[in-house]
Every structure is written in structure tokens, then in C-alpha cells.
Ligand binder design. Structure first.
Ligand code: KIV
Length: 269
């Protein structure tokens, strides 16, 4: 796979937006899959707090801790040589207090070796964004469906269909850009709104369930690989069905042991 850039930086992402080159982003939470997606040419790896769902089996992203995010991020970092690695600040590690936000960020940067952090929210996190950036750490924003606020929203439905919420989202996007974020995730909002935000901003936007008129796309790795049979949102394209592949492989392994076929003569010393 040809890699047009040796290492992806926030400056490279900005150039990609300016050149109309789409940005490919995906989540990863461990060394092995981080290494594979990096080698496959992904531009940006997000160590998302979706680890709370797909790695730990929680219903929401709220329970995952800062220590756990650092563990996942440091594992991913050891596997990569090309991608920019962004780490989610988990719920409770930044809300309401910019000093706490900076302390959490410093732990992530020092203990994992990641390149940037992401946090959810608009004007209410402006001060935290500015304080983190003033310490030299790039920050990505996240608007639309922000899963850490699930108990405020009540559902995982599409956000900002109503005019008032769409206007607030647009204004939050401008506030975040002014505060200095290098990019913005737009999750589960109407495609027309995502297009309007993308055209209004000079920084790159990355969509998930936000249509094609954004500067890049992100998916949760376990969802696009088909590791989870129960999650079928409309925006998700499945590129594999690893649930069936793994079930088949492990089923065959069990059968081979039971039938005494494994190990055979060549598989022993
Ligand atoms: O945690 C995550 O995986 C995310 C993406 C869905 C953008 O925030």
C-alpha cells in the first residue's frame, strides 16, 4: 500500500482538507489491530471511549476510566508507524473544569505517547480546549450525537434535525474552531447540516453517520469488521463478517480437538 505521507500530523490533515483529499479514520484499542490498520494505510486512529462498549461490554461509554484509556492508547501506540493517534478524554476526566481537563490530557500524553486528544461538547468545553492547546496538545472536537451525554438525550437517534439544535451545533462548531481545535467529529446529524458545517469551517470535519459532504469518515473498527452481529445502524457499512469467520474457525478448532485431529504428526516436536 502506497503511503503518500510518512507520518500523519494535524498539519497534514489540514493540507488534505485544502487539497480535497478525504481523511480515513478508524478506531483501535490494542496493539495488534492498531498495527494492522496502520499498515493498511489509515490516516488517523481514534482510541475511542467506544472501547467501553466493544472491549469491555458496557452499555454506554460512561464507565471507562482514564487509566483504562491510557492502557488502550499505549497499546495502540506501540503498533503504529504512520497514523496520527487521537485519544478520547473519557467521561468525568474533563467536564466542567479546565484544570482537570489539562491534568487528564497530560497523563494521556505522558503515559501513552499519543499525539492528540478528543473531547465532546461545544461552548461549554471552550475553556478546556484553550487550556489544553496552550499546553501544546492538539485537540479534536466532537458534536452532534455525543455518547457521553446519552442520559441527557435519552436515545441514540439522529441529532440536530430541529432548527434550534442545528443552529446551536453550527455556532458550537465556530466556537471550537476559534478555540483552536484541529478537527471536528460530527456524529449522526443530517447530511445537509454536516455539509453546511464543513463549508463554514476551515478545519477538517470527520463524519460518522453524517453523510458524504465532510472531509473524512470514521467508523468503529469492530462494527465495520462485523464483529458485532447485533448493531445495524443505517450509516454502517460492513466490510467483513468476522463474527461468522471467528465462530467458524473456533468451532472447527473445537471439533479438531474433540476428534483428536489436532495436533497431528507435523504439529508436534
Ligand atoms: O468513541 C468513539 O469511537 C468515537 C467515534 C464514534 C467517533 O467517538
Amino acid at each position: 500500500m502506497e503511503k503518500p505521507y510518512r507520518k500523519i500530523t494535524t498539519r497534514v490533515l489540514q493540507e488534505m482538507k485544502e487539497n480535497g483529499e478525504k481523511i480515513a479514520m478508524i478506531t483501535a484499542y490494542d496493539y495488534t489491530l492498531g498495527h494492522i490498520v496502520d499498515g493498511a494505510g489509515i490516516d488517523v486512529i481514534l482510541v475511542g471511549d467506544s472501547a467501553s462498549n466493544v472491549m469491555a461490554g458496557h452499555e454506554t461509554t460512561l464507565p471507562i476510566t482514564l487509566d483504562q484509556m491510557i492502557y488502550h492508547a499505549s497499546s495502540v501506540i506501540r503498533g503504529i508507524s504512520h497514523a496520527l493517534v487521537i485519544v478520547d478524554l473519557p467521561f468525568g476526566s474533563y467536564q466542567g473544569n479546565s484544570k482537570t481537563a489539562l491534568d487528564s490530557t497530560i497523563r494521556i500524553m505522558k503515559e501513552s505517547g499519543a499525539h492528540a486528544v478528543k473531547l465532546e461538547g461545544g461552548s461549554e468545553v471552550k475553556e478546556s480546549v484553550e487550556r489544553i492547546i496552550s499546553a501544546g496538545v492538539p485537540v479534536m472536537g466532537h458534536l452532534g450525537l455525543t455518547p457521553q451525554s446519552i442520559y441527557k438525550f435519552g436515545t441514540y437517534n439522529v441529532r440536530a434535525r430541529e432548527e434550534a439544535e442545528a443552529e446551536k451545533l453550527l455556532s458550537d462548531a465556530m466556537v471550537l474552531q476559534e478555540a483552536g481545535v484541529f478537527g471536528l467529529v460530527l456524529e449522526k446529524i443530517p447530511a445537509t447540516l454536516a455539509e453546511q458545517v464543513t463549508k463554514s469551517l476551515s478545519i477538517p470535519t470527520i463524519g460518522i453517520g453524517a453523510g458524504p459532504h465532510v472531509d473524512g469518515q470514521v467508523l468503529v473498527l469492530h462494527d465495520m469488521l462485523g464483529l458485532n452481529n447485533e448493531f445495524h445502524p443505517r450509516f454502517l457499512r460492513r466490510y467483513a463478517n468476522l463474527f461468522d469467520v471467528i465462530t467458524g474457525a473456533v468451532g472447527q478448532y473445537v471439533a479438531d480437538i474433540k476428534s483428536k485431529d489436532f495436533p497431528n504428526e507435523k504439529e508436534q516436536y
